[in-house]
Design a protein around this ligand. Structure first.
Ligand code: MD3
Ligand code: FE
Length: 214
């Protein structure tokens, strides 16, 4: 389908206390972002991690930055060494860092200095079950999330697992900043619908920038 709004200027929508979606903010840099993802994955490949419950995640993951997030049969942790390669995770590419800082600043977090970037890759059917992000040492820092490729339905609730969920449709180039009162909100991604994105193909990528160490 022809996208008549492909070069529309970005706009923002408040989501929750401390959280905002910066629609299309990453669109203009999306080619550079995708090239940088490929460079990271050439060093630390995407892999399907196994959770402590013995479940193989449908989302494939890799990381860049001083610290990377992993899970295995023993638990979840941030570590400097990629357990798959035995080497440090690649550095956060400049184009990633600039975008993360710009987005955080626009959302009211001008001091954001991420040291970890988790890269999620979704194939059709892949999902992320309801969870909180609480393995980071600095819960006062926001999380910046960048969506690329196929669209997905994101769900978020509140501080309790049982809180009512709201749905948000996330498209190519959308950036969400989660801080303040919403930093520990439960959230999930519903199973990805099949499709083809003109630039990315049959995938969705999500970058999440975090401050994992003090
Ligand atoms: C709300 N990723 O990697 S990003 C994750 O699209 C993760 O791949 C999803 O959840 C994805 O942990 C959603 C949006 C997001 C990220 C962190 C949050 C929403 C959040 C932290 C607190 C509240
Ligand atoms: Fe999360």
């Amino acid at each position: 389908m022809l996208d008549l709004f492909a070069d529309e200027a970005p706009w923002s929508e408040p989501l929750a206390p401390g959280a905002v979606v910066l629609r299309r903010l990453a669109r203009e840099q999306s080619d550079a972002l995708l090239a940088a993802i490929a460079q990271v994955a050439a060093v630390s490949p995407f892999r399907h991690m196994v959770t402590p419950g013995g479940y193989t995640m449908s989302v494939a993951m890799t990381n860049c930055g001083a610290l990377g997030w992993s899970t295995d049969s023993r638990g979840y942790c941030y570590a400097a060494i990629d357990p798959l390669t035995g080497r440090p995770w690649p550095a956060i590419p400049d184009v990633f860092l600039r975008l993360a800082k710009t987005a955080a600043s626009q959302a009211g977090y001008p001091e954001f200095s991420p040291d970890a970037c988790l890269i999620n890759r979704y194939q059709p059917g892949a999902k992320l079950s309801l969870h909180q992000d609480k393995d980071e040492a600095r819960l006062d820092a926001p999380i910046v999330s960048v969506s690329l490729g196929l669209p997905a339905t994101f769900q978020f609730g509140g501080l309790k697992r049982s809180d009512l969920l709201q749905r948000v449709w996330l498209e190519h180039g959308d950036v969400v900043v989660w801080g303040g009162a919403s930093r520990l909100f439960y959230h999930a991604i519903l199973p990805l619908k099949a499709g083809s994105h003109p630039q990315v193909g049959a995938w969705r990528y999500n970058l999440t920038f975090r401050r994992a160490a003090q």
